[in-house]
Design a protein around this ligand. Structure first.
Ligand SMILES: [Zn+2]
Ligand SMILES: [Zn+2]
Length: 150
């Protein structure tokens, strides 16, 4: 599914659910559907502010949770109650670095995933999270180990 059809699908759903489509809301949907780096509400807010300087962070929060409740955006809870958002709702998991908060997409085998589920079960939401250290933070934490490899 390309980005445009993704954007259209979200817009259609919003209208179908009876939500109004304000210019700010449309821009939030655009930002999140085009993002590849799992932004936080603040990241989305900082982008949106450039076009709509009067918008509040709370508006961004409300819109992102609305999109999450419609299952059009995925919430990824990382450390210290910080929430990030993913506009890519295709089947995948996340590896989250507990030190720097970096989020990496993890491929999930769709067939393997589905065959283990109860037959005729209708999934509406899921979360597959792995917590650990990214390669960079891991090297930072164990410099001695790296030196021994040189
Ligand atoms: Zn890290
Ligand atoms: Zn992702």
């Amino acid at each position: 599914m390309n980005l445009n059809s993704r954007l259209n699908a979200i817009v259609l759903k919003i209208k179908k659910m009876g939500y109004s489509l304000t210019p700010q809301r449309l821009e939030i949907i655009k930002i999140i559907s085009e993002s590849k780096n799992h932004p936080s509400a603040t990241d989305v807010y900082n982008k949106l502010k450039k076009l709509y300087p009067m918008v509040s962070l709370n508006t961004v929060y409300k819109n992102l949770s609305m999109l999450a409740s419609l299952h059009e955006v995925k919430e990824i809870k990382i450390m210290q109650n910080s929430v990030h958002y993913d506009g890519d709702i295709s089947l995948h998991g996340h590896a989250i670095c507990e030190k720097c908060g970096k989020i990496i997409d993890v491929e999930i085998d769709e067939f393997d995933f589905k065959k283990k589920l109860i037959e005729n079960y209708h999934i509406r939401n899921y979360g597959v999270e792995f917590y650990g250290l990214c390669d960079y933070c891991h090297k930072e934490e164990s410099p001695a180990e790296i030196a021994s490899h040189l």
